[in-house]
Design a protein around this ligand. Structure first.
Ligand code: UDP
Length: 240
């Protein structure tokens, strides 16, 4: 793992919660602006960026399932629609930063987005456009982490970069242990064992099966997104 490593095509996963920060609204305009600008500069350097965005800032399915009002599939459909709202925010932010962007959704909402078409997504990337994937993979019982891993494999992304509010995967629970440190490099197996609160195990498994490394990093911090996109060492690097 050299510091000069440079990705050609990446899948950036942005979790919904990380868009919120401690802002009273669902999306922090400052964070969304930073993401737009940093992704824009990466594309200008020739890095092809596809984004899978979560929805946890608008809707937490788990809360509603336990309320007895919604069944899992219905809650998941609302969750997927939440990711479409975030997709529109990200698109606006990227276009403000001067980058052409296409949203592709896993189910059809053709007034605002293209349907997901693999070859078309790849073509957009080759032309320097950012592709934002909305609605995960369109199926309940999945998460946007797993959707990120799946789309990364489909579009031949070299890496999944997961932007979160955590610095990476810790060796012990940082809430319980003040000395906890972030692993800079661990195996898929150890990531599944220690990092399941930060990334879905099914996403890790899918990346492992397809030999796609994963980077878990904190998007809060000057230049962090740019560092991750350009292949600088940041957060936790997960591979064999
Ligand atoms: N979801 C789904 N299928 C998918 C992707 C997402 O059903 O392929 C639903 C699921 O309810 C999930 C929600 O959409 O909880 C929002 O995504 P996620 O929780 O992964 O977002 P994040 O935690 O990253 O904000």
């Amino acid at each position: 793992l050299s510091s000069s490593m440079r990705w050609k095509r990446v899948l950036l996963k942005v979790s919904g919660k990380s868009l919120m920060s401690d802002h009273a609204q669902n999306v922090d305009p400052e964070i969304i602006g930073v993401i737009g600008r940093e992704v824009a500069s990466a594309t200008r350097l020739g890095i092809e960026v596809a984004i899978m965005v979560g929805g946890g800032n608008f809707f937490q399915g788990s809360t509603w399932i336990s309320s007895g009002v919604l069944d899992r599939a219905s809650a998941d459909h609302i969750g997927m629609m939440a990711t479409v709202m975030n997709s529109i925010f990200l698109q606006a932010s990227l276009e403000n930063a001067g980058v052409e962007t296409r949203i592709q959704t896993a189910y059809k909402i053709t007034e605002i987005a293209e349907p997901y078409i693999r070859h078309r997504a790849i073509r957009h990337l080759e032309k320097g456009r950012v592709v934002i994937f909305g609605a995960g993979i369109g199926n309940p019982y999945f998460t946007t982490d797993t959707a990120a891993a799946l789309r990364a494999a489909e579009i031949n992304a070299e890496v999944v970069l997961k932007a979160t509010n955590f610095d990476g995967i810790f060796d012990s629970d940082p809430k319980l242990n003040a000395e906890a440190i972030v692993h800079d490099h661990i195996s898929y197996g150890d990531a599944a064992a220690k990092g399941s609160a930060i990334i879905d195990i099914s996403a890790i498994t899918l990346c492992q099966e397809n030999s796609i490394p994963v980077v878990i990093f904190n998007l809060n911090g000057p230049g962090n997104i740019s560092k991750a996109l350009s292949g600088e060492r940041i957060g936790t690097y997960i591979d064999q």
